[in-house]
Design a protein around this ligand. Structure first.
Ligand SMILES: Nc1ncnc2c1ncn2[C@@H]1O[C@H](COP(=O)(O)OP(=O)(O)OP(=O)(O)O)[C@@H](O)[C@H]1O
Ligand SMILES: [Mg+2]
Length: 282
């Protein structure tokens, strides 16, 4: 147990971080892989509340890959992935939208609201936040890519102190829905809002090297080689490419951290202990 002095010291250690982040916009990508345990979900909500109360503007983008796969399994539909991107049939898209926008999005917004912040769940379709189209001409079915962003609604919500919680389902002018990888949506949100920092919470220590070791710092220039050599594969491909895209578009700091570790968000933000991987330009 800490004595009073140690407790005060821990709080004071956070002071420089609190000062530097006050007023900043931080996009949190809450990976489906990190949403598994109910206790972790509650802690996530507490961490976001803490950020908000300390003067940060958090913007949450969530995934839900594991839950989508499990619902599809229950329906007897097998999931197919190419380079970490789900191939989305029309039938699968209905499940994707139900799970992401109907279930997970509302759950996260509700948890945050229960913790005392005003959170509002929405998808990329609401207020035409993002317009999407088929990725690579339809090779992935209704898996989409972002065509254009319309971030005014997010700016208005942030202005009045509301925390947006965004499901990565996006639409187009014909009324179709697209399943866009949530890492890509997080990156587009960060670019559109000129965010200061993006943190990807996932289910690994961070980015792992060829012997399974944690790569604490990765240069953007090394990323494509790591993908070509098979060190980075599956769902980590869109994540790390989104990190590079964010950095090249002016976001100052990008981290991939372990969402399975209790309060990893707070540790990343308010302590000098590095958690996970940082991707840096050069
Ligand atoms: N080099 C690597 N380091 C770490 N993880 C890797 C690496 N290469 C591939 N992966 C895989 O990437 C996965 C993380 O991406 P995944 O898409 O599954 O999760 P997520 O993006 O957090 O969740 P969601 O897609 O539901 O939002 C890890 O669980 C791991 O299996
Ligand atoms: Mg993913």
């Amino acid at each position: 147990m800490h004595n009073h002095f140690q407790r005060a010291e821990i709080l004071l250690d956070a002071l420089p971080f609190i000062k530097s982040f006050r007023g900043s916009k931080i996009v949190i990508k809450y990976g489906g892989s990190a949403q598994i345990e109910p206790r972790l979900r509650e802690q996530f909500a507490k961490d976001i509340t803490m950020m908000y109360m300390l003067g940060i503007q958090p913007i949450i983008v969530h995934g839900g890959g594991k839950r989508i796969t499990s619902v599809l399994e229950q329906m007897g539909v097998e999931s197919e992935f190419i380079d970490g991107h789900r191939v989305t049939s029309k039938e699968c898209m209905e499940v994707v939208e139900m799970v992401l926008s109907g279930e997970i999005n509302k759950e996260i917004a509700y948890f945050l609201s229960l913790n005392g912040i005003q959170a509002l769940g929405m998808s990329g379709k609401d207020s035409l936040l993002f317009e999407a189209k088929c990725k690579e001409g339809g090779k992935f079915g209704l898996t989409g890519e972002i065509k254009s962003a319309n971030p005014q609604v997010l700016e208005k919500l942030l202005e009045v102190g509301i925390t947006p919680v965004i499901s990565p389902v996006c639409g187009d002018s014909s009324g179709a829905s697209y399943n866009v990888n949530a890492d890509i949506v997080a990156c587009e949100v960060a670019k559109a809002l000129k965010a200061d920092k993006v943190i990807f919470l996932t289910d690994t220590l961070g980015v792992l090297g060829k012997n399974g070791e944690l790569l604490e710092s990765i240069k953007a220039s090394e990323v494509e080689d790591l993908i070509q050599n098979g060190v980075i594969s599956g769902g980590m491909i869109p994540k790390i490419r989104s990190c590079v895209d964010c950095l090249e578009s002016g976001v100052k700091k990008v981290h991939i951290i372990d969402g399975r570790v209790e309060h990893s968000l707070l540790l990343e933000l308010f302590t000098s202990d590095g958690v996970g991987s940082e991707i840096v330009l050069c």
